[in-house]
Design a protein around this ligand. Sequence first.
Ligand code: ADP
Length: 160
Amino acid sequence: MKIIIYPGSFDPVTNGHIDIIIRAARLCDKLIVAVANNESKKAVFSLEERVELLKRSLAGMENVEVTSFTGLLSEFVKKNKASAIIKGLRTVSDYEYELQMALINKSLSPEVETLFLVADIKYSFLSSSIVRELAKLGGNIEGLVPDCIKETVIKKLGNN
Ligand code: ADP
């Protein structure tokens, strides 16, 4: 069985992430969306909230599982017998950062590949931080996050 891991902060999940998930799920038998529990990268949504928002958004996607992980991604990948990590690339700066990560993970676990999917042009400007900022300032986040989580995101971040 081909298992791929899609790791990230998902703080919160956006339609850009969902696009990558749908496309990545077609390439494997099981896609594990893995929410990083990273103490040094302070998230606005708790780990439980980030997992719940993803699960709600992905309900009905049969070969997609949502979970969280702590510690080294390369260890998580091995523990789950996954053959690859998948990442989305929006910009050149994403590429620089992701290349560094891919090389580190390769040196830690030579058997684990990193695959890159190029972001859909309509989501190439979209990030969780843009969504957080917009929601905080009362901007419209319609079309940027799944409809089923929109109200929860606004309630958490909005002024009223
Ligand atoms: P963000 O940069 O939005 O905080 P994450 O840390 O959750 O995102 O990112 C997880 C992965 O998803 C990374 O590989 C990132 O490049 C990718 N990603 C994030 N937003 C998008 C998008 N709009 N389109 C495609 N890939 C994306």
